[in-house]
Design a protein around this ligand. Structure first.
Ligand code: GTP
Ligand code: MG
Length: 644
């Protein structure tokens, strides 16, 4: 879940940290400081070492990041991985097969949930302040490992090569979808087509007013590429972090032997992030450029925290992909299978952010070499093209966040100046095209976070308006609970405001609703134009580099806007030609890497959803398994909920 850094609203207000998570229990065995820069380039595995064991009942250990979660949590509070990606069998008779976790080699021996539940406690972090998405889960029995093994073996012949690149977004953009929604939970009056919505005057932006357009900018890239340092440095240069505050960060970072992380500390606020030198959740901060009011979404690079990236940066308008130019570091990031440069670029493209600034960072570590920059541009450019980024939408900026070269003005280092004449990072941001906004559509705001001040009976939700507008006093329908609430107040950039429009990231304080009826992953919408709520969806997907095919019964983590659920593939409708989108085969038995198909999935619980053709934000999905994104796709049909 994203959190704002301290230059904004204090979302930690009212939160009690659990004292059961002693920091001294951990030795992360992870030195990433300047003292040993080379060792940090390879994606560090997080291997916490237990120094002190604390027996805790009623917890389950996340198999990905090893955090011990309270028993009622249905997904890991730290990395977002689902507790048990199993759902009950669907009723259509096709879902009885128990399928393997994708991406796990057949010999893998993933820890069962049973073992996790019995595990002794070893925590790595405190829960984030805004993680309110937890709800009691009713999980079914763990996967029978024998069945799983047999099933994997049966399909081993279908393992796929990892060596080719593939086109991702052409699939997403060339869709012709049958929009046949049957929203069983929605009252009849609600089935007015969204296109018939007539916006009121106040909803439309005042063209005569000279206000900056908001640009949500996701900062992504492989672990340790310098995303937080770059973000912190930019904020400091643009006056968002005072000199005094910066001195404080420098002093504290030095005292902890992490002097090189001083700028990253501006973004990585939690003790755990600072101690480990690893960003875990998306941090939100603001600055102004000449053209934009920029919302920075500094994302985690470590593969364990990709679910947080998906939830936090899913509504980015554009992205900065940070590359570590150091020898070996760029190569690790672009590696097939483990490199987050690859996965992040694919995810960002399928979020719909087609404008990209590639920051080739740490140029100081390669003596500002033009040859190194050109080699990175050549190799990465080929990959980005295969993800369907257009050359004209990608800009390349060599820089050094550490040495402040080429961030907000021309470089001062003669080695860089001698060959680079292009824009600085700030100029490249201003050169981005303004995002299109859906001001005239009915309100739609996916809820990213919920703040419950129980003492005062208040509930606030945070998120970006996907469509429409809100103002104080507006009535909103809160889904999936179906309760109506009234907007008590609005805050943008920590400042009260009276109106929020499509594209704005806001905190909305609600009244007239019980806090239990509001959850992250839910949606605020216009009472007369609700979106669907269902657990049964037809998807058009593009399979990424999977080692094990997707088939009926495959257990997956399903991510959509800020919601995630366990999902099971229940039907393989058709295989599609990846270029034309035409059906090439009905009812395929399995899907391999780079194949495109129509499938049906049933989720463990309902999600707020819409067909991609009517709402991009609510119609994009990501399917993950065993810590890796295995497919991206769009919702082509919402089917009445399956009874689980
Ligand atoms: P995650 O969020 O955990 O993926 O890391 P990150 O990409 O945010 O990297 P972070 O900013 O935490 O920096 C990682 C290390 O790279 C730190 O030691 C930084 O000092 C170092 N670093 C960042 N930018 C530069 C740079 O321009 N040059 C050099 N030499 N080191 C840098
Ligand atoms: Mg970081």
């Amino acid at each position: 879940m994203p959190r704002k850094i301290s230059y904004g609203v204090d979302y930690d207000d009212g939160y009690d940290y659990d004292e059961d998570y002693p920091d001294e229990s951990y030795d992360y065995n992870y030195n990433n400081g300047v003292d040993e820069p080379e060792s940090g380039w390879d994606s560090p595995e997080i291997k916490p070492e237990v120094k002190k064991e604390i027996i805790r009942q009623n917890v389950w250990r996340c198999p990905i990041c090893t955090y011990d979660n309270e028993d009622y949590m249905s997904s890991c509070d730290i990395c977002g991985v689902l507790r048990n990606p199993l759902i009950r069998s669907s009723n259509n008779g096709q879902s009885s097969t128990v399928a393997p976790d994708l991406n796990k080699p057949s010999t893998s021996n993933a820890p069962s949930n049973k073992a996790i539940n019995n595990g002794n406690s070893k925590s790595i972090a405190k829960p984030s302040a805004m993680s309110s998405s937890a709800k009691p889960s009713s999980v079914s029995a763990p996967l029978n490992s024998k069945d799983k093994f047999q099933h994997v073996e049966e399909n081993n012949h279908a393992s796929v090569s990892e060596t080719q690149t593939h086109s991702l977004s052409s699939e997403m953009t060339s869709l012709t979808m049958s929009v046949k929604s049957d929203n069983s939970k929605i009252p009849d009056k609600a089935k007015v087509p969204r296109s018939q919505f007539k916006p009121e005057n106040w909803m439309l932006p005042d063209q005569t007013k000279d206000s900056l357009t908001q640009l949500n900018l996701a900062i992504v890239g492989h672990v340790d590429s310098g995303k937080s340092t770059l973000s912190g440095r930019l904020l400091h240069l643009l006056g968002q972090i005072s000199q005094k505050q910066m001195h404080k960060y420098e002093k504290e970072a030095k005292a902890q032997g992490k002097g090189s992380f001083a700028y990253a500390w501006a973004m990585d606020e939690s003790a755990e992030e600072r101690e480990r030198g690893v960003t875990m959740t998306v941090a939100v901060a603001y600055f102004k450029s000449n053209k934009y009011h920029v919302v920075v979404l500094d994302s985690p690079g470590h593969r364990d925290f990709v679910p947080n990236l998906i939830s936090g940066a899913t509504q980015a308008d554009a992205a900065i992909l940070v590359i570590d130019a150091s020898i070996g570091a760029f190569e690790a990031g672009i590696e097939i299978g483990g490199g987050q440069t690859r996965e992040h670029a694919q995810l960002i493209r399928s979020f719909g952010a087609d404008q990209l600034i590639v920051c080739v960072n740490k140029m100081d570590a390669v003596q500002y070499s033009k040859e190194r920059f050109d080699a990175i541009k050549l190799q990465l450019g080929t990959f980005l093209r295969s993800c369907n980024y257009r050359d004209s939408s990608v800009s390349w900026v060599p820089l050094s966040a550490m040495e402040n070269q080429n961030l907000v003005g021309p470089a001062s280092d003669s080695r860089l100046l001698s060959w680079y004449k292009g824009p600085s990072l700030l100029e490249a941001i201003d050169a981005l095209q303004p995002p299109a906004r859906e001001y005239s559509k009915p309100l739609l705001m996916p809820i990213c976070d919920v703040l419950k001040l129980t003492s005062q009976g208040q509930v606030s939700v945070c998120g970006k308006l996907d469509a429409g507008a809100l103002r104080n006093g507006s009535k909103v329908l809160v889904l999936p609970s179906g309760e109506i609430a009234t907007v008590r107040s609005l805050e943008r950039d920590s400042q009260p405001c009276t109106i929020a429009r499509a594209g704005d990231s806001v905190a909305v304080s609600l009244q007239g609703i019980d806090a239990t009826s509001v959850m992250s992953g839910g949606v605020l919408c216009h009472p007369d134009f609700p979106v669907a709520v269902s657990n049964h969806l037809e998807l058009k997907i593009l399979v990424l580099d999977v080692q094990i095919p997707i088939m009926i019964g495959s257990q997956l983590e399903f991510h959509i806007h800020h919601a995630k659920e366990a999902a099971r593939v229940t039907k393989m409708v058709s295989l599609l030609d990846s270029k034309t989108g035409k059906v090439t085969k009905k009812s395929p038995r399995f899907l391999l890497a780079k194949q495109s198909a129509i499938v049906e999935v049933v989720l463990q619980d309902d999600v707020c959803v819409d067909e991609f053709s009517s709402s991009r934000g609510l119609g994009r999905v990501f399917l993950r398994s065993s810590g890796t994104t295995v497919a991206v796709g769009v919702v082509t049909r919402v089917i009445p909920s399956e009874q689980n």
